[in-house]
Design a protein around this ligand. Structure first.
Ligand code: FAD
Ligand code: NAP
Length: 453
């Protein structure tokens, strides 16, 4: 192997693409050779809508879990790139909570905006099957399979960036009697269209974003009612008529659900909105992060560099529970790429210094008391990382918008997507929707842009 660094990026979702784009824009004398493996036939990660569920056409686990009629659940002003704003892309102001396709177009616009064609670095339809770190040669052996050709190959890399996402392997808890249930049972990962539940009484298990949005979607598209059942804490929103919350589901007997408070209800369908498991089946055990969803996983310097093995050459991206998304990924990408290229002043630090830094963040994480603390914590993390590389995502100003957004949701869960936010980069105040989110049934970009005033 030559002295030139060779970087393997696994995944061409928003994280992997941010890393790829940063490498492609770096100076030629430090730029490594980069290969990105993507098991889907295009880039975009979760933002690629697919009707497929379960396994894909090659028998691989289907990655995507987004659905028709999904709109951003956070203001777009909280995920706006400073150097590629919404005004830059759309050339006119658009409302703050875009539908899925509009955000995907924004991402793609960024990836196709430069002179370099990023597609040439990506091996599409190619799944990474195995990654092993070789201690003696301090490099990685990566085995991948070209799914179309059915052919596997082995390559050696000096560094590996794992960017496969954290919301694609569904967590499916068991409830007594669930096998006796007569209606449809699905995990939110398989949910594609709320119209399927028109006229039905839906039981939603879980108390987080998917539970909230699926209950609302179902009602919006004609479900008769939704009961959301919580384990740790109810969501506590002022729900529209038709949605209620109850303590945890204990068991099912045919179509009757029994809850922890002794109550019961007849339901027609069950939506398990019970989150996801972190899964990195292609990594050898010592490289594999062991964690559940958290604001800062253990054993990672700057939440990216794996400290337990891999010779300081294995990186993860986008692992944290996400308030900030695109700009956090971008910050991690800039930091990771520059770290690998050796252009961050003061890096690399000693193992002891990196450990102490990571433990400090984990100790802070353990003190977090709720969403507002989480938002400030994530803003501090991004501010810390971006300061090290001179990037300016204005994380603290964006955090103020997230705090307002949380208050908007508490005030009225039906209308929070009708609110307008102001870009911290352009000063543009988003127009409002002519018809509200609740009444908007056409999610196309054209309808969305026309729907603003
Ligand atoms: P992903 O988008 O999951 O991309 C990972 C990529 O890795 C995929 O393309 C996958 O095919 C590929 N891959 C996986 N394994 C392999 C392998 N072994 N070999 C090769 N390739 C592989 N965020 C927001 O900011 N706003 C929203 O409104 C929003 N809505 C969401 C709705 C849902 C239902 C979900 C589940 C998440 C939502 N998110 C939202 C969060 C989402 O996680 C991020 O926006 C973003 O997609 C994360 O990017 P990523 O690159 O880390 O992962
Ligand atoms: P999540 O945030 O991890 O929430 C999982 C929920 O499942 C939690 O409420 C958890 O309860 C519950 N749960 C887990 N195991 C359970 C069990 N055995 N019994 C009962 N409840 C159980 O996952 P998510 O809600 O799917 O969100 C994932 C991501 O998707 C987020 O980033 C979110 O923003 C995104 N998303 C976006 C939209 C959108 O509108 N754009 C819609 C959906 C999702 P505990 O609190 O008790 O652990």
């Amino acid at each position: 192997m030559s002295d030139r660094k060779r970087v393997c990026i696994i995944g061409a979702g928003p994280c992997g693409m941010a890393a790829l784009r940063n490498f492609s824009q770096s100076a030629l004398d430090v730029r490594p050779e980069v290969v990105c493996y993507e098991k889907q036939n295009t880039w975009g990660g979760l933002w690629n809508f697919t009707w497929l569920t379960g396994t894909d056409e090659y028998g691989e686990p289907c990655h995507g879990g987004q659905y028709k009629h999904l709109w951003s659940n956070g203001p777009k002003e909280c995920l706006e790139f400073p150097d590629y704003t919404f005004d830059d892309h759309f050339r006119c102001p658009i409302p703050s909570f875009p539908p899925r396709a509009v955000l995907r177009e924004y991402l793609e616009g960024r990836w196709t905006n430069g002179d370099d064609d990023l597609r040439k670095y990506i091996k599409f339809n190619t799944v990474v099957r195995n990654v092993v770190y070789n201690d003696a040669s301090q490099n990685f052996t990566v085995v991948s399979t070209d799914l179309k050709a059915g052919v596997s190959s082995t390559e050696v890399f000096s560094h590996v960036i794992v960017a496969v996402g954290i919301f694609n392997v569904p967590n499916k808890p068991h409830f007594d009697g669930i096998d006796t249930f007569e209606g449809r049972i699905m995990h939110s990962h398989d949910f594609r269209d709320a119209k399927e539940f028109k006229g039905q009484r839906v039981l939603v298990v879980g108390a987080s974003y998917s539970a909230e949005d699926l209950a609302m979607q179902c009602l919006k598209f004609g479900a008769k009612s939704a009961i959301c059942t919580w384990r740790t804490k109810p969501m506590g929103f002022k729900w529209p008529k038709g949605i209620e919350e109850r303590p945890l589901l204990l068991r099912l007997d045919s179509n009757t659900a029994y809850f922890k408070d002794g109550s019961s209800a007849k339901v027609d369908a069950i939506l398990l909105c019970t989150g996801y498991r972190y899964a990195f089946p292609f990594l050898e055990d010592r490289l594999r992060l062991q964690s559940g969803l958290t604001m800062y996983p253990d054993d990672l310097y700057k939440a990216t560099l794996w400290l337990r093995s891999g010779g300081g050459r294995l990186f993860y991206m986008g692992l944290q529970d996400q308030y900030f998304s695109y700009t956090m990924f971008e910050t991690e990408a800039i930091w990771t790429c520059r770290y690998i290229m050796g252009t961050i002043p003061g890096e690399p630090k000693s193992q002891a210094e990196m450990r102490a830094d990571a433990e400090n963040w984990v100790a802070r994480r353990k003190e977090l008391k709720g969403p507002h603390d989480d938002i400030d914590f994530q803003a501090d993390f991004i501010a810390d990382l971006s300061a090290a590389v001179g990037y300016k995502p204005e994380a603290k100003k964006v955090a103020d918008m997230f705090h307002k957004w949380e208050h908007d949701k508490d005030a009225d869960i039906v209308s929070y997507r009708d609110q307008s936010f102001q870009s911290v980069f352009t000063g543009t105040v988003a127009p409002t929707l002519k018809s509200t989110w609740w009444r908007a049934f056409d999610d196309s970009k054209e309808a969305f842009v026309k729907n603003s005033e």
